[in-house]
Design a protein around this ligand. Structure first.
Ligand SMILES: Cc1cc2nc3c(=O)[nH]c(=O)nc-3n(C[C@H](O)[C@H](O)[C@H](O)COP(=O)(O)OP(=O)(O)OC[C@H]3O[C@@H](n4cnc5c(N)ncnc54)[C@H](O)[C@@H]3O)c2cc1C
Length: 307
């Protein structure tokens, strides 16, 4: 593909590349170290799957046939305060720390997320009233249908609650994104917001010692209760299926407590969704993304996502 070999593994276990620690064997995994290598892979591979922090994906335990690109080496950040240009693989906690040092406001909520920049933009990650779309200016995106790099403005990105034009599609891939932050009054005002973000989670959410991929379901827009509250009122805390279990402190998290498979996770999701429909007549919509092509799992996923 190039003069220089791009790092490549075959029959690779993706457990280290997803925070649920699902054992999933991928036929081919590539690790580009520059944006040029990344675009070269995107141009040459058939229907590739890009993994950032792996903190919102449920990978099939039955394995991944599609070529996988792990972007963890793409971690350049160019800063001309208050503007940040960030490559897809940069851990978002890193840019949160950089913004703090520069007394710039806007990235505080990222401090607690085990995500990459690309994944955070794709999912329009957010917390505590902030979202990645707030200070987003534009992104360099590879368009695989036209084999070209395009600049997407904020308008092009169609951001909405935990959603963007890049989510659940196979055409566009984020290379880098540009943000313009806001000068804060003081270092402390940013630090306090960051600490608040961390402390709020401390007593209720699992850390990665209990492998998980964040909130399972989105908060319903037509209810004054969060998904967590609805699930909690269905007495789902600690409910297990196979090696997957609803977290005992927060009912909108599933943890992998004992070699969970993707099927365990999906069955538990379906049970959670059914119980909320029965009690509240609300169908919760998944926040996480399932990746795989196993027949039984795909059928469950279709039922989970059907509107
Ligand atoms: C403990 C914990 C707490 C969390 N808290 C929050 C929270 O408060 N708020 C919140 O919003 N989320 C939260 N999450 C979920 C998760 O961190 C976010 O959804 C995050 O944005 C996912 O980023 P990622 O890099 O891990 O994406 P991945 O899981 O790697 O990928 C997610 C999707 O994005 C796609 N993708 C990744 N990179 C690219 C790219 N460069 N171009 C195109 N597509 C790409 C993938 O193919 C996949 O479809 C939490 C997760 C955990 C484990």
């Amino acid at each position: 593909m190039t003069n220089r070999e791009i790092e490549h593994k075959t029959e690779c276990n993706l457990s280290p590349y997803n925070t649920l620690r699902i054992e999933s064997i991928a036929d081919d995994v590539y690790f580009p170290s520059t944006l040029n290598e990344f675009t070269l892979l995107l141009a040459n591979l058939d229907n590739p799957l890009v993994i950032g922090g792996g903190s919102n994906i449920l990978l099939s335990s039955k394995g991944i046939k599609r070529p996988v690109i792990v972007v963890k080496h793409l971690n350049k950040v160019d800063i001309e305060p208050p503007v940040f240009v960030v490559e897809a693989g940069v851990p978002v906690s890193k840019i949160s720390e950089m913004a703090l040092e520069l007394k710039l406001h806007g990235f505080e909520f990222l401090t607690a997320l085990p995500a990459s920049l690309g994944g955070a933009v794709c999912m329009n990650a957010g917390a505590n009233g902030q979202a990645i779309s707030d200070y987003f200016v534009s992104a360099e995106v590879y368009d695989s249908a036209e084999d070209t790099i395009k600049t997407f403005t904020k308008e092009d990105m169609n951001f909405s609650y935990r959603n963007s034009k890049l989510k659940n599609q196979e055409r566009y891939f984020l290379l880098s994104a540009k943000f313009e932050l806001i000068k804060a009054d003081s270092y402390e005002s940013i630090k306090n917001l960051m600490d608040e973000n961390i402390n709020k989670r401390k007593d209720i959410q699992p850390t990665l010692k209990d492998p998980n991929i964040g909130c399972v379901f989105k908060n319903p827009l037509d209810s004054n209760k969060s998904a967590g509250q609805l699930l909690d009122e269905c007495n789902l805390k600690s409910c297990p299926i196979g090696g997957a279990m609803v977290y005992y402190k927060h009912a909108n998290f599933i943890i992998n407590f004992n070699k969970a498979t993707s099927l365990d996770y999906l069955k538990l999701m379906r049970e959670m969704q059914k119980r909320v429909i029965e009690k509240f007549n609300i169908k919760l919509s998944p926040e996480i993304v399932y990746i795989g092509d196993d027949k039984e799992e795909t059928e469950l996923w279709k039922n989970l996502t059907r509107v």
